[in-house]
Structure formats: structure tokens, C-alpha cells
Design a protein around this ligand. Structure first.
Ligand SMILES: [Zn+2]
Length: 64
């Protein structure tokens, strides 16, 4: 008998870190210490996705 590892809807207790879905790749990502200050503004899972998002525009971030 093989047990399926279901992970639907309810997430197992893996710490109490909040998570979000990346707006670029759509994958969920968890809170990180380096985002502590601006977690509300974080919408991407990584610098790479952040760059992608920038390329697509509509970031609201001031360009250097
Ligand atoms: Zn991403």
C-alpha cells in the first residue's frame, strides 16, 4: 500500500511563515527574513522573477 502525499488546500504545519503566490511564475513562496521590511510589497519569489516582472512593466518601481 502506498500512501499518497496529498497537499490540497490545507498546508501542513511547516512553521508559521506566511506565503504568497509569485505573480510571475505563479508558484507559492514563503516569507523570508530579508523581506521582513517590505513583505507587503513582495510579489515575486526571486530576483529572477522580479526582473521578469520589471521587463513586463507595471511595477510601479522607479527606474534607476
Ligand atoms: Zn516566481
Amino acid at each position: 500500500m502506498s500512501r499518497k502525499h496529498v497537499n490540497k488546500g490545507t498546508s501542513p504545519r511547516k512553521g508559521d511563515l506566511p506565503t504568497k503566490d509569485c505573480v510571475v511564475c505563479g508558484r507559492p513562496f514563503a516569507w523570508r527574513a530579508k523581506w521582513a521590511r517590505d513583505w507587503d510589497q513582495i510579489t515575486t519569489c526571486s530576483d529572477r522573477c522580479r526582473g521578469e516582472r520589471r521587463r513586463k512593466g507595471s511595477t510601479g518601481e522607479p527606474a534607476p
